[in-house]
Design a protein. Structure first.
Length: 115
């Protein structure tokens, strides 16, 4: 079993940056594909980015490509999402997820981008 805890959210002006962290507990952390999702008010949860166990494969949603960077440190059981050039439409609750036969989710961290 994997438990996930996000941090790093907050309020930022458009054009600013934030770095989200997702700390995991569980002995199988490094075997999971990890991902970030987000959910804006009144909208479905949507995929943001994912990274494989060795960090050599990453994939991004078109809406964040070139602005966000996903990374992970297996030694620290932590995944990151560096978010640059933030836009008001990036406002959402951001969730980290460990993807496998069973998918695990964190509780989410709020990101608010003001115009």
């Amino acid at each position: 079993q994997v438990q996930l805890l996000e941090s790093g959210g907050g309020l930022v002006q458009a054009g600013g940056s934030l770095r989200l962290s997702c700390e995991a507990s569980g002995r199988s952390f490094r075997t999971y594909v990890l991902a970030w999702f987000r959910q804006a008010p009144g909208k479905e949860r949507e995929f943001v980015a994912r990274i494989n166990w060795s960090s050599d494969l990453t994939f991004y949603a078109d809406s964040v490509q070139g602005r966000f960077t996903i990374s992970r440190d297996n030694a620290k059981n932590t995944m990151y999402l560096q978010m640059n050039s933030l836009k008001p439409e990036d406002t959402a609750v951001y969730y980290c997820s460990a993807r496998g036969i069973v998918n695990y989710w964190g509780q989410g961290t709020q990101v608010t981008v003001s115009s």
